[in-house]
Design a protein around this ligand. Structure first.
Ligand code: G6Q
Length: 539
């Protein structure tokens, strides 16, 4: 296969970039008064304004050609069909099956997985209703008042993001906590004001071997038994979400209280699987199903819409354009919605664990940039912090602004002020303020360079009606598929994560060395750190 950087569309994009990169967004807008309406998409309940990217119709046409030359359509069909596109792990990638309607059918290794998915969803719903209604009681007969999700990575970030995002819809008389870090403080702080008699732990781990989760789960069990005294209490206060039934039973969790999922669900793509149990407990089965329907709407849009009208395809290709041709190294995700405060953290894993790869599917080192760094904070807080660098620093940062027309908590003029900031920031980034404009305001000459805004900074504005469960589903699926699109262009496996292994293995080697007196066997820096730590702990 022709390497990416030698494909005709890539070469044409390079040439196109060289010919047009001197053109400022101010000029692009001046040349075409309809630009702000044309370079937009409105589909599946999401409006995307991408006009403030440094693109023209020709750019978009060439990006479409590049997608075609990378067989985006074929790879998309392969994913939806259940082909084992996670090649390095030999697995299908079927998070889309988790939100397919009951009537759908997707067969993997001879099994209709959609039927299985709905079987498990029904069990989850039944369990969630029992807990929410108080029918499920703890060991001493009291109903559950607090749910603690123990999990890490994909078994934490999606659930905590969704809980925060959908807080408006949650059962307010129940408390939800999320424990992920091996740092004991996480568990201690999460449980310090909880009553063991009314606390339910969800141990979420696909493998049920993850060090952090297993250690936290064991300490949570100790915390529970320290007050309830009877090991039989575990069955009423612990449920597991896992694919490893044997390990769940060994831990002491009743197999009847285990919710399974499948190896074709990647950790960071698992929030619509049983890993979303905490979400369902918080918002109830109906809202959870509405969220799944939102995901499915975006899945179908992605699967069927032509390239030029396809939201994830356009968003993904714009990222490729900004990264590979304009040199952006990071994407700032800026939700102007307080409930999405954990969305940037969630996206960091989704995007960076998926596309932080340096070899293509066949193991060849890439000679182009792959996944950018994603980061962000809710607006308007970021404006009073890091936006300075975005506006006047030396780096090009692609900004994704996320906003909703309807506030969930209408309060005076708050929402109009919030929205005016979204629109203002995107405008300021694109158009800036010229030295002539600054001078005309009577600015002293020596301050003119400081007060000048170069502009020409790219951004996307993603606008939705209202943050409902369905809207959240659409938004997350939009990014999931955008990440997939980028990975297809870069020719990488977006669904493995070998990069997390080395540190894990080394930590397992170092843990016993911290307790031993033997000379550690690492480099001089690691050895000295280990010895110093032992000394600091009086060992
Ligand atoms: C995500 C990764 C990773 C995983 C965690 C937790 O795609 O696979 O973040 O989710 O390491 O794994 P377990 O669910 O197996 O505990």
């Amino acid at each position: 296969m022709t390497p990416l950087t030698q494909r005709s569309a890539w070469l044409a994009l390079r040439k196109h970039h060289d010919a047009t990169h001197g053109t400022h967004l101010r000029e692009l807008f001046a040349a075409d008064p309809g630009r702000g309406e044309q370079l937009t998409l409105d589909a599946a309940g999401i409006f995307l304004d991408y006009s403030k990217n440094r693109v023209t119709d020709e750019t978009m046409m060439l990006l479409g050609q590049l997608a075609e030359q990378c067989d985006l359509a074929g790879r998309t069909a392969a994913m939806f069909r259940g082909d084992k596109i996670n090649a390095t792990e030999g697995r299908a990638v079927l998070h889309v099956a988790l939100r397919a309607p009951r009537s759908a059918s997707i067969v993997v290794d001879g099994v209709d997985v959609v039927a299985e998915v709905h079987g498990v969803l029904d069990r989850m719903a039944e369990f969630a209703e029992r807990v929410r209604s108080g029918a499920w009681t703890g060991h001493t007969g009291r109903p559950i008042a607090a749910v603690v999700n123990i999990g890490i990575g994909g078994s934490d970030l999606g659930p905590v993001m969704a809980y925060e995002a959908l807080r408006h819809y949650t059962k307010r008389d129940m408390t939800f906590r999320f424990v992920s870090n091996i740092d004991g403080t996480d568990l201690v702080e999460a449980t310090r004001d909880l009553d063991p008699e009314t606390t339910l732990f969800l141990v979420c781990s696909k493998t049920f071997t993850t060090q952090e989760t297993m250690t936290n789960a064991a300490s949570a069990r100790d915390w529970l038994l320290a007050s309830l005294k009877d090991p039989a209490a575990v069955a009423k206060h612990f449920v597991a979400v896992s694919t490893n039934a044997a390990a769940v039973t060994t831990f002491g969790i009743d197999a009847a209280n285990m919710f399974g999922f499948w190896d074709w669900v990647g950790g960071r793509y698992s929030m619509t699987s049983t890993i979303g149990l905490s979400t369902m407990l918080a918002v109830g089965p109906d809202h959870f199903r509405a969220m799944l329907a939102g995901f499915h709407d975006m899945d179908e849009h992605f699967r069927t819409a032509p390239f030029e009208a396809n939201l994830p395809a356009i968003l993904g290709m714009l990222t490729v354009w900004n990264v590979n041709f304009l040199g952006a190294e990071t994407v700032a995700v800026l939700p102007y919605e307080q409930y999405l405060k954990r969305f940037p953290a969630y996206l960091q894993q989704l995007t960076m664990e998926s596309n932080g790869k340096r070899v293509t599917l066949d193991g060849t080192a890439v000679d182009y940039a792959t996944g950018p760094v994603y980061w962000g904070e809710p607006g308007t807080n970021g404006q009073h912090s890091f936006y300075q660098l975005i506006h006047q620093g030396t780096r090009l940062i692609l900004c994704d602004f996320l906003a909703f027309a309807e506030p969930l908590n209408p309060l005076g003029k708050h929402h109009d002020i919030l929205m005016s900031n979204v629109f203002a920031q995107a405008e300021a980034l694109a158009f800036g303020k010229t030295a002539a404009e600054v001078t005309a305001e009577g600015t002293p000459a020596d301050l003119v360079p400081h007060k000048t805004f170069e502009g020409n900074r790219p951004s996307n504005v993603i606008l939705m009606d209202r943050l409902t469960p369905a809207a959240l589903g659409k938004l997350v699926a939009l990014y999931e598929h955008s990440v997939f699109v980028q990975g297809v262009i870069w020719g990488i496996d977006s669904f493995d994560q070998w990069g997390v292994e080395l540190g894990k293995a080394l930590a397992q080697k170092i843990a016993p060395e911290l307790e031993s007196a033997a000379t550690p066997a690492h480099d001089s820096s690691t050895n000295a750190l280990i010895v110093r730590y032992r000394r600091m702990r009086g060992r």
